[in-house]
Design a protein around this ligand. Structure first.
Ligand code: ATP
Ligand code: MG
Length: 796
């Protein structure tokens, strides 16, 4: 009869079919963008389930983001129905959290451990750097954090690092000390940082083979998407999981004088491993990702089958040809050419603005045109290299009433009030986490300062109890009566919240407990009231954000009826750039090119295609830097299905400071016949724009091609009055003040105040109209040039 999975194979091309149906130990699918890698992985899972070759619980699939995991789970569910319950489809980090929750007690942690995000670890490292006076050796907190993270991604700890470091160098010694103390503090706080989630799981498996065997027996099919971006620790984790169970076990028992050995484990007992990846899309080398994990797969897994996919199902031929042309400039790569049968499609549109505002206006106008042409907002995306570029886009989008959504949900969780609220939850769930306690102890203000904190800390150390437990003994602390009352009150609120969220009876708390506990904490401590009483309008927004967090907790309860506050905190800690609180439907998505990986849209705008942005300035001097930037650009342009726009600006003002921008070298790598310039760098030049060196001068025969379009010119200056419609609707999204200082009279000698730079004196004013520039000598930060029209300045 027909295969039970026959319908799953319908419409697949031959190599895709092979990738779904191959049943060997190891399978590597290497293929370019949009060739169906993720789809094939999804179908492979469905096929295993449908053919009853695997139980759902035997499947472990790893995706790059939580969002991608959710989509894959949904897709598999559609294909096979309810029989998909119990699969693990998640990111590396989430999978490791699940494993560590079960096994933490094996090695000195408890189930309720906290996850430190990079802000938390930065705070801890900052304290240690200060304690060790490490800055005297040039160790900044940021650099130290980066080094520690890199070492952890290579599975090195302080000890192993010290063995090979030059320890006669005092800078090395102090680094090792900080690293050591950092790790000790994490353990003391019952906390893991992001890198530890992976690294400690590997450690767990290596140190406790019988624990590893539980997972080796459980997961029979392991599948990894975006394999090109795995780092060494992740590689090692997969390696541990795909060893045959029993591989490290000792003879297990002696009975009746006879040693009983487990049967010799054989390679066939190992889980099957499928990885998919594209070395041209490796964009996380800076975080330790190693392309060699792909190129050496066949060596690591002998007998591995390799499948190549070359037909692209996403983009038009023009978009693909541009992508192929760009990426072919990277040396040291296997040449692969993507093709499609959907036809050439529209040409790629290029646009050069006078400023980033002009560029943003072009994007907004074009979004509008596409929308009227029948493309939904949710099918459009705008990419940029750095987050700060979003500001200009947002300003214009708000004015033009274009609904948009910034992908990069982490920002919400970086807000002070959200961190405070979460720290309250941590104080309840993980009493060992002193950093959380220190964060909340005087928020809202309770008159508790550093002296009191040290008193409590010392008392806790003397009594060998946690900081949290020390609060319960407020009467034993040598502090004044007012402070004692404040501490006792905080202790009692924390105790009430603990009863609610983690009942001592061992009973399961009701699903609403997290949301209610959060409200109790924020209410009874007076946190919300303090914000409400403030006259600062920002505090009003903070109250709304806290409401939003309560809503997130409710949503969590709906999706995880048995989830505890501990699970909630883990989920929140693992929100990544591509994940989001809000649903992006009905709005244009704005995101960095890194975040865009794996996604697709009908229309894509890649903005800021300039030297120093893409390739980014900081990558220029690094080995392999420009190549990685080219891959990033390749990722960006291969997200587009039908329409691709590449735009840039001649001048770019960051914090109001004007710099002159040059077209990116990557633009030259695109064959001119694929690109239609609405307004080319040449046009801007001939209009007396500010670009000093025309790029087309470097290119024989006409540079960027003739600009046949009329050119939209700079519309930015004509359209500064906000359109009134729907502005209110988006008002809460206003990221920064929308300015128009067009009429601001400035003369040498005037004093001004700038939002970011403080006060300064005008030295000179040059240029005209929208391009009037003030040369300012700031009292604190020195000389800067500001575009008067948009700089956040006021005359004093
Ligand atoms: P990326 O490299 O960007 O991660 P990918 O290789 O994972 O891309 P997918 O996202 O799986 O590619 O597929 C790209 C698009 O092509 C999707 O819209 C998918 O549904 C579609 N697709 C894949 N295979 C086929 C096929 N055989 N027939 C029709 N459409 C397909
Ligand atoms: Mg994919």
């Amino acid at each position: 009869g027909p295969r039970p999975d026959e319908d799953l194979l319908a419409g697949l091309n031959q190599p895709q079919r092979e990738a779904v149906t191959y049943r060997g130990q190891a399978l590597l699918i290497v293929a370019g963008a949009g060739s169906g890698k993720t789809s094939v992985l999804t179908r492979r899972i469905a096929s295993l389930l449908r053919n009853k070759e695997a139980w759902p619980s035997q499947i472990l699939a790893i995706t790059f983001t939580n969002k991608a995991a959710g989509e894959m789970r949904e897709r598999v569910q559609q294909l096979v129905g309810d029989s998909s319950q119990g699969m693990w489809i998640s990111t590396f980090h989430s999978a490791c959290v699940r494993i560590l929750r079960r096994e933490a007690e094996q090695f000195g942690f408890t189930r309720s451990f906290t996850i430190y995000d990079s802000g938390d670890s930065r705070a801890l490292i900052k304290r240690l750097v200060k304690e060790h006076e490490a800055d005297a050796y040039g160790l900044t907190p940021a650099a130290t954090q980066g080094r520690i993270s890199k070492l952890k991604n290579e599975l090195a700890d302080a000890e192993s690092y010290a063995r090979q470091a030059n320890m006669s160098d005092p800078a090395e010694r102090v680094f090792v000390d900080v690293f050591n103390d950092y790790q000790r503090e994490l353990q003391r706080a019952n906390a893991f940082d992001f890198d530890d989630l992976i690294g400690q799981t590997v450690y767990l498996f290596r140190a406790f083979p019988q624990v590893a065997d539980v997972y080796r027996r459980r997961f029979r099919h392991i599948l990894v998407d975006e394999y090109q971006d795995t780092n060494h620790a992740q590689y090692a984790l997969i390696h541990e999981l795909t060893r045959p169970p029993g591989a490290d076990s000792q003879p297990i028992a002696a009975s009746g004088g006879m040693m009983i050995f487990e049967p010799e484990p054989s390679a066939e007992d190992a889980a099957s491993l499928t990885v998919v990846g594209d070395s041209d899309q490796s964009i996380y080398a800076f975080r330790g990702a190693d392309i060699r994990n792909i190129s050496e797969f066949e060596r690591d897994y002998t007998g591995a089958k390799v499948v190549m996919l070359e037909q692209n199902y996403r983009s038009t031929q023009n978009i693909l040809s541009a992508a192929n042309a760009v990426i072919s400039h990277n040396f040291d790569r296997k040449d692969k050419k993507l093709w499609t049968d959907v036809g050439a499609g529209e040409k790629i549109i290029g646009f050069t603005g006078y400023s980033q505002h002009d560029e943003a206006q072009f994007v907004a106008d074009e979004v509008d045109t596409l929308r009227r042409g029948g493309i939904d907002y949710s099918q459009m995306a705008v990419f940029y290299r750095t987050n700060s570029q979003s500001r200009a886009l947002e300003e214009i989008f708000i004015r033009s009433a274009v609904p948009y959504k910034i992908m990069g949900g982490t920002k919400f969780y970086e807000r002070a009030e959200i961190k405070d609220a979460l720290a309250y939850l941590v104080a309840v769930s993980n009493p060992a986490d002193e950093m959380a306690m220190r964060r909340i102890i005087n928020r809202p203000r309770r008159g508790i300062g550093d002296v009191t904190i040290e008193t409590i800390s010392r008392y806790a150390q003397d009594q060998q109890i946690t900081f949290r437990d020390a609060l319960a003994n407020s009467s034993a602390l040598s502090v004044g009566p007012k402070i004692q009352t404040a501490i006792a009150h905080l202790d009692s609120v924390l105790a009430q919240a603990t009863d609610l969220m983690l009942p001592a009876s061992g009973e399961l708390a009701p699903p609403t407990a997290v949301a209610e506990g959060l409200q109790l904490l924020l209410g009874k401590t007076g946190y919300t009231d303090a914000l409400r009483a403030s006259r600062d309008p920002q505090d009003e927004a903070r109250v709304e954000n806290l409401d939003e967090l309560v809503a997130v907790a409710r949503e969590f309860a709906r999706n995880n009826p048995e989830g505890t506050v501990i699970d909630f905190l883990a989920e929140v800690a693992l929100v990544s750039d591509a994940d989001d609180l809000e649903d992006a439907s009905g709005s244009v998505s704005l995101m960095t090119m890194h975040t865009a990986k794996g996604l697709e849209y009908d229309a894509v705008f890649v903005t800021g295609v300039e030297e120093d942005l893409i390739p980014h300035r900081i990558s220029a001097g690094e080995p392999g830097g420009p190549q990685e930037e080219r891959r990033l650009f390749y990722v960006g342009i291969t997200r587009a299905r039908k329409r691709l726009y590449l735009s840039l600006a001649m001048t770019r003002a960051q914090f109001g400071e004007v710099t002159v921008a040059m077209p990116s070298r990557f633009l030259q790598e695109i064959p001119p016949e694929l690109l239609h310039w609405r307004q080319s760098p040449g046009d801007v030049n001939s209009r007396g724009g500010t670009q000093p060196r025309a790029l087309n001068a470097r290119r024989p025969g006409g540079g960027f091609g003739p600009s046949t379009g009329s050119g939209t010119g700079s519309r930015y200056g004509d359209d500064l009055v906000p359109k009134s419609t729907s502005i209110e609707k988006f008002a809460n999204r206003i990221p920064a003040k929308v300015r128009d200082n067009g009429d601001l009279e400035l003369a040498p000698g005037d004093r001004i105040r700038h939002d970011d730079f403080g006060e300064g004196r005008v030295d000179a004013v040059t240029g005209e109209g929208a391009k009037r520039i003030a040369h300012i000598r700031f009292d604190k930060v020195g000389a800067k040039k500001l575009l008067i029209k948009i700089a956040p300045i006021e005359k004093l």
